[in-house]
Design a binder for this molecule. Structure first.
Ligand code: ADP
Ligand code: NA
Length: 329
């Protein structure tokens, strides 16, 4: 049996990915390569649904790709590319927009949240149709699996609905993608507000970025909000802060949470934070060094991305050609 095909994308909307992106998504991108045919893209079309500065967007696209390579995405094995380099995304996106009901798109909760936050005047139509473009990203590659967090489930359902609708109207064309929860994905909480997910949208003190200076990483981890009491025990309900630190430690050190509880018994939160800071800094050092190296030769990085886009188009172009033919173009 051929390896199942998987598609995933990430927005180039920050100068560095953070520990949540890494442990909740990107680490799985790397491990899934072992038993999947993977298509991974930096989704710059999605990034412009909110206002972007061109120079910043260009830089972040390259920095994002460099980090993905540094983390272990292997361009000889997986197609790593930039979404705008494969024009079929926008083209299939348009076709699917014409199959999407206005009411159906209006029900997307992520759009409702985002547009409410930014106000109607600065909300673009692109933000509204974002989930339809996401459907195009997936369906172009006939992906059998899409790794999704809870917040993306509704978008995957829309993707399946659109695929089913197209197939029903025009004949079997698209593979229906399944949600895939890759093993080992961890949800990382904000270090200052451990009732929330770590996010680039929260104040930076609660966030550790992969490319942060080791001093900054150490400081942020040592200043993490912990819980009342002194005992290092894993109790996500009662002690979300400490439990988050244990999750992080375990993810990077490979020690199990119970081994850590045992080793830190009677030692207090301070010791845990100090050691965790060292563990994270040590784990990120090679990723940082490799990212810097890759960014020192942007011509080579662009060559890798161009090869990835060519590989992606080998699959995307025939899918789009079939779609166009079936709808009467
Ligand atoms: P942010 O919340 O910082 O804006 P994104 O929404 O761009 O991050 O998320 C990119 C990817 O990283 C998604 O797959 C998302 O599920 C994952 N992710 C983001 N934050 C976390 C987190 N705190 N814990 C686990 N996974 C996360
Ligand atoms: Na987000």
């Amino acid at each position: 049996m051929p390896a199942p095909r998987v598609l995933s994308g990430i927005q180039p909307t920050a100068d560095s990915f953070h520990l949540g992106n890494h442990l909740g998504a990107l680490r799985q991108w790397v491990s899934m390569q072992a038993d999947h045919e993977a298509f991974y893209c930096v989704v710059d079309l999605h990034a412009i649904t909110v206002e972007q500065d061109p120079a910043v967007l260009r830089r972040r696209t390259l920095v994002s790709a460099a980090q993905l390579l540094a983390l272990g995405v292997d361009p000889d094995r997986s197609a790593l590319f930039v979404q705008s380099h494969v024009p079929e995304h926008a083209q299939l996106g348009w076709v699917l927009q014409c199959l999407t009901g206005f009411g159906e798109a209006s029900r997307m909760t992520q759009f409702k949240d985002k547009s409410a936050r930014q106000g109607q005047a600065s909300t673009s139509v692109g933000l509204f149709t974002y989930p339809v473009l996401q459907a195009a990203d997936i369906l172009l590659y006939q992906a059998a699996r899409v790794p999704v967090g809870e917040d993306q489930r509704q978008h995957l359902e829309l993707t399946r609905d659109l695929a089913t609708r197209f197939n029903g109207r025009y004949g079997d064309t698209f593979v229906l993608p399944e949600a895939y929860i890759p093993p080992g994905a961890a949800k990382v909480l904000d270090l200052q507000q451990p009732d929330k997910k770590m996010s680039k949208s929260l104040p930076e003190a609660g966030c550790v970025n992969l490319l942060d200076d080791p001093k900054v990483i150490g400081k942020r981890i040592r200043s993490a909000v912990t819980d009342t009491g002194r005992e290092v025990v894993f109790d996500p309900e009662g002690k979300p802060g400490v439990s988050n630190l244990l999750t992080l430690h375990s993810a990077f050190s490979g020690e199990t949470v119970s081994q850590l509880e045992e080793r830190f018994a009677g030692r207090g939160y301070g010791d845990l934070k100090k050691e965790l800071a060292e563990v994270v800094v040590t784990a990120l050092a090679p990723v940082q060094a490799r990212t810097t190296e890759l960014l020192a030769d942007t011509a080579e990085l662009e060559r890798v991305l161009a090869a990835g886009a060519a590989r992606a188009r080998e699959v995307a172009a025939p899918t789009l050609a079939t779609v166009h033919e079936r709808i009467g173009f």
